[in-house]
Write a protein that binds this ligand. Structure first.
Ligand code: GLN
Ligand code: ZN
Length: 773
């Protein structure tokens, strides 16, 4: 049996790459210094994997920004607008690369960045390749070859990773409609062949082709394109060993297609789809090897070695050990680097976890134990340490099954006693609307904001000093109180209708709640790349979730005491908390989501009891939680919407529930958005020029909507005229009685000055609308 890895985190265990890139962008270090940092990270990663005992270590999994962008450069898919950077300004390839990633505003040039979108159902974002009709490709960047050589010089024969041609085309989009990007395959393939020729020339034996779309649904044409790709490659390089890597799901409908591809090995994600192994073992071609993706590359839990061994045994019995490989389920890009760096984690919890480095060790361990497996039993008599390791692994798992840190009977009982009526408001929206209008006395086109106000350097410094112990809790809270008071008084004077407290006490909309809930753990160094140099540190939900004490009531009540206008209570919803965390794998995600929903429900109830009349439950991550396979959408949407309703429906009819979503399309999920039954939904809308509203109009969405009237992602201050124009568009499709006026999203990344001026314009716009309609 052989071991391999599909990709290793490239940010560096202490985010060295992030820091170096940002320094390079701000001109603090030279290109050579940035490259030196890159060389160091690559060398460390390769050596770490090789020393651990991985037979085939990947290369070209490293990237200065994004692996899809790397491929755009490799095949010369460079949109025309960037040509001036190389041609006129004679810049280095790296500057062109970063210009495509981040835009370029220098030397008299002003070019926007390429579009970015989510990498399948992960929180990683890739740069979307742009294609046009009859596009020609050329071998432009030889990064993949350089990296291969770089490792070879260090004595490591790597397995270069390429995003396969069909998946690369599918990840991109047609810039101008009127053709099918799959038709570009014939233009693209020769470049891939050239790359392979060079790799083979330098001594490459194995090449990994990432083909994630095999786990989604492919049209007949796309399937043909895939078959064609590998037969062309096979014909050109009959002796090259090729591996097709699939991940994030089972092959399902494409099992037959995958098993028949003329490649030497096929990688399967057996964490997401363990059941596909049995079928593939029946279908696989006589000489094809199977790579078993057994170690979870998407989550942080220690492997269940025995369960993995069962799958290994199944495969070995059928194929023989020389046709079986052991691997993580997907690239380890999606997990933090090294658990050993976590000194603050509780020892018991730490025992349950594995980050990238530990996962590599697990892969090798599985190979060793697997090699001692005969027929149906493990024989470890001559290697007692392996036996001990297996036994210790069993103990960790048992401790997770029984630990009181994880299992809280009160939570399980509460969940078991949830009734359908708990997810149901007392009266239908129309009746609630009457009561709320009376209670809140709001004008037509009420104005509000999405929650956060500028998190200035000062605010962040107070928090840092408080965490370091330089500020007492009382001193820290007094500073925050003063900031909150300034913010509320300013909104009151401006004349906004529904106010917010500003969220100054929050570091992050998930972490703030996670830190106060039972069942969450936090790392100090558990960074994962989100896009480019941006990294996130997701909380780890390890146990039953419950609320220890009210989390937001004091702040909200304090803010309400400063004004007679309604103060909106601000909460993060259960789906978003779930989606932006590492979630326990010992129960369905749905159950964890409901536990969070119950905790938020208690908070909602307490806010109402404390006199808060408007409560917003943010769910920006609802859409990104959608499963990759559309056949699984209804089930997800059903429990996600129910979880939201469970958190919200504890209030009386007169209390107004808001929700907020951003970066979302609604067309295909609008009935579920309506089923959430929030009294008011605010959405990001301005960049689409209100087009997103069409879905609501077509569905005759019955409740109130606040379509964002200005983009908060840029410092630009919109005029009241522009906002009126956008609202007039909205009035054409949604009855005016149901419209609110608000920005696209929270204002935490903005400065005070631009925030104030923009909101003044917004209030002016609302006044203008009231005069007109
Ligand atoms: N209430 C949050 C804020 O205003 C919402 C953020 C979000 O939608 N991502 O910052
Ligand atoms: Zn938002």
């Amino acid at each position: 049996m052989q071991t391999h890895n599909l990709g290793y985190p490239r940010i560096g265990s202490r985010r060295e790459l992030k820091k170096a890139c940002e320094k390079y962008w701000s001109g603090q270090i030279s290109r050579q210094e940035l490259f030196n940092q890159g060389y160091a990270i690559k060398a460390d990663n390769w050596r770490l994997q090789q020393r651990a005992g991985i037979d085939w270590v990947p290369s070209n999994d490293f990237s200065y920004y994004d692996q899809v962008l790397d491929h755009c450069l490799m095949v010369g898919a460079i949109p025309d607008r960037y040509h001036a950077i190389l041609v006129e300004k004679k810049k280095h390839e790296l500057d062109l690369y970063f210009a495509m990633a981040r835009g370029y505003q220098r030397d008299g040039l002003d070019v926007k960045a390429m579009e970015m979108t989510k990498w399948f159902d992960t929180n990683y974002h890739y740069i979307v390749p742009e294609f046009h009709k009859n596009q020609q490709f050329e071998l432009f960047s030889e990064k993949v070859i350089h990296e291969f050589e770089e490792a070879k010089v260090q004595g490591i024969l790597t397995k270069p990773v390429l995003l396969a041609p069909v998946s690369f085309l599918l990840l991109g989009k047609e810039k101008v409609a009127g053709f099918d990007r799959i038709d570009l395959l014939d233009n693209l393939l020769p470049v891939y062949l050239k790359v392979l020729e060079k790799l083979v020339g330098y001594g490459a034996e194995w090449v990994q082709f990432d083909e994630p779309f095999l786990a989604l649904s492919l049209s007949d044409k796309e399937q043909t394109a895939m078959r064609r790709t590998y037969s062309v490659i096979k014909k050109a390089f009959p002796h090259l060993k090729t591996m097709v890597a699939t991940y994030f799901g089972g092959l399902d409908a494409h099992l037959g297609l995958a098993a028949e591809l003329p490649v030497c090995a096929l990688h399967l994600d057996l964490v997401r789809a363990p059941h596909q192994l049995g079928s593939l073992l029946e279908l696989v071609r006589p000489k094809m090897s199977l790579s078993l993706g057994l170690v979870d590359g998407r989550n942080v839990w220690r492997n269940d070695l025995q369960a993995s061994l069962d799958l290994i045994r199944l495969a070995v019995n059928k194929l023989g050990s020389d046709r079986v490989w052991v691997a993580p389920s997907c690239s380890l890009l999606h997990v933090p680097c090294d658990l050993e760096l976590e000194s603050g984690l509780d020892a018991e919890i730490k025992g349950w976890l594995a980050f990238a480095k530990q996962k590599i060790e697990e892969v090798v361990l599985l190979q060793r134990i697997g090699n001692h497996t005969r027929q149906d039993r493990v024989d470890l008599k001559d290697t007692p340490w392996l036996g001990q390791t297996l036994e210790q692994n069993r103990q960790y798992l048992t401790s997770r099954n029984t630990s009181t840190r994880i299992h809280n009977e009160a939570v399980k009982t509460a969940l078991a006693s949830v009734l359908p009526s708990h997810s149901q408001r007392s009266s239908p929206y129309a009746e609630r609307h009457k009561l709320q209008t009376e209670a809140l006395a709001l004008p037509l086109f009420p104005t509000t904001t999405i929650g956060s106000f500028p998190q200035t350097k000062e605010v962040r410094q107070w928090r840092a000093r408080y965490k370091k112990g330089e500020l007492s809790l009382a001193a820290y809270e007094n500073l925050l109180k003063a900031e909150t008071e300034r913010c509320v008084r300013w909104q009151d004077d401006l004349g906004l209708d529904v106010l917010v407290h500003g969220e100054f006490e929050r570091n992050d909309m998930v972490e703030y709640f996670g830190e106060q809930l039972e069942g969450f753990a936090f790392t100090t160094n558990g960074w994962v790349q989100s896009y480019g140099s941006r990294c996130v540190k997701p909380p780890i939900i390890y146990g039953d979730v419950s609320r220890k004490h009210p989390m937001t009531v004091d702040w909200t009540v304090f803010a309400q005491s400063l004004t007679r206008r309604p103060m909106k209570g601000m909460l993060t919803g259960p789906i978003t908390i779930l989606q932006w965390s590492f979630v326990r794998n010992d129960q369905p995600r749905k159950d964890t989501c409901f536990q969070i929903a119950l905790a938020i429900r208690e908070e909602v109830r307490d806010l109402e009891q404390a006199g808060i009349r408007v409560i917003q439950i943010d769910e920006p991550a609802l859409r990104e939680g959608l499963p990759l396979k559309t056949s699984e959408w209804p089930d997800y949407l059903d429990w996600a919407v129910t979880a939201f309703r469970l958190s919200a429906s504890v209030v009386g009819d007169h209390t107004q529930i808001h929700t907020h979503m951003c970066y979302s399309e609604f067309n295909d999920i609008i009935s579920h958005i309506a089923a959430m039954d929030a009294d008011v939904i605010t959405i990001e809308c301005s960049r689409s020029q209100m087009e997103l509203l069409d879905a609501f109009a077509a569905f005759e969405y019955p409740n109130e909507i606040g379509p964002g009237v200005y983009d908060i992602h840029a410092p630009r201050i919109p005029s009241s005229e522009e906002m009126i124009e956008l609202m007039e568009k909205a009035i054409r499709v949604v009855p005016k009685e149901r419209l609110w006026v608000n920005p696209d999203c929270g204002l935490k990344t903005r400065g005070w000055e631009e925030t104030q001026r923009a909101l003044e314009e917004m209030v002016k716009a609302a006044d203008g609308l009231r005069a007109k309609f």
